[in-house]
Ligand binder design. Structure first.
Ligand SMILES: [Zn+2]
Length: 302
């Protein structure tokens, strides 16, 4: 594989601002992230397609944020998919999971991922200089993931937006490519015709086909079709910061009785929701933890 082809295979998100300051636009290729997520969580076709879109949505929103500010995109409802959650930070990390009630019927038609709604769509941002997360929630009647995300942006954040996701899968339902594009009007330009935004995200017949041979920046040239400045252009990876150390630290926050019960019941395996990594706490680790908590409780009492 030549160097250009190898680079094109990497996931990447690019954010631009139009030269007239009217719109910000971001495009993401997140094929490897989506494949990685499908393999880690052992997902069927429909669930993998929903999670691929949620990962793309979080990555697009994170691209408008700063440094290690985080965004969490979550959709939950009464459909086959109970909930899907993706968390991203601007530096290019994204992780997520999906829970489904049973998707046998939905999995038969991979072109139509199961509906999440009726339910709710929630976006939380953990921002610098804000003591509490900024949370927006919208109740939704129905719709596919892109429709729900679009409704959320216009209703909760009141930013005229257009969004499009595209996921391709092979005959066995494995993710081949995943991509997304988000167009948002900047403050002061709210009177912009919404049809213009829709036309922009529909500018190319297939996002994935363009991104198979070009970088997101080249896709954006066709989407925006006007002069723009690239504000960020970053690699993206499915990455989870969990570790045995972090899990062990979390265990020390549990009541002593809970820890003793876990030890007694042989609950030595801890699983990370976000990435499905499994960590084993040995019996002697449990004993050390229990001993440490007992000692600190005793020192507080004394
Ligand atoms: Zn993890």
């Amino acid at each position: 594989m030549n160097k250009k082809a190898a680079l094109l295979r990497k996931d990447r998100v690019t954010r631009v601002l139009t030269a007239d300051g009217r719109m910000r636009v971001a495009a993401v290729k997140n094929s490897q992230c989506a494949r990685n997520a499908q393999q880690r969580h052992e997902l069927d076709a429909a669930s993998a397609a929903i999670l691929a879109q949620a990962l793309a949505a979080a990555t697009l929103l994170a691209s408008f944020m700063k440094g290690e500010e985080r965004v969490i995109v979550e959709a939950s409802g009464a459909g086959a998919v109970q909930n899907v959650l993706a968390e991203a930070i601007q530096v290019g990390e994204v992780r997520g999971y999906v829970h489904h009630r049973g998707v046998e019927g939905a999995a038969q038609d991979r072109r139509a991922p199961p509906l999440i709604g009726p339910g709710r769509f929630k976006v939380s941002r953990i921002l610098y200089d804000h003591p509490a997360p900024s949370v927006g929630i919208v109740e939704l009647a129905s719709g596919d993931f892109a429709e729900q995300f679009g409704s959320y942006l216009s209703q909760s954040e009141q930013i005229p937006s257009a969004v499009r996701f595209e996921v391709t899968q092979d005959q066995d339902g494995n993710i081949v490519e995943s991509a997304g594009v988000l167009v948002q009007v900047m403050p002061g330009w709210e009177s912009t015709d919404p049809g213009l935004l829709q036309d922009m995200v529909a500018a190319v017949p297939s996002l994935c086909e363009v991104l198979a041979v070009e970088r997101p920046a080249a896709l954006l040239e066709r989407v925006v079709a006007a002069p723009f400045t690239i504000l960020a252009d970053k690699r993206v990876d499915f990455f989870c910061r969990c570790s045995l150390q972090r899990f062990t630290r979390a265990l020390t926050a549990l009541p002593l009785g809970d820890l003793e019960d876990m030890r007694k019941l042989g609950q030595n395996e801890l699983v990370c929701h976000f990435c499905n990594a499994r960590y084993t706490i040995s019996d002697s680790d449990f004993d050390h933890l229990i001993e440490r908590i007992r000692k600190s409780a005793a020192s507080v009492t004394n």
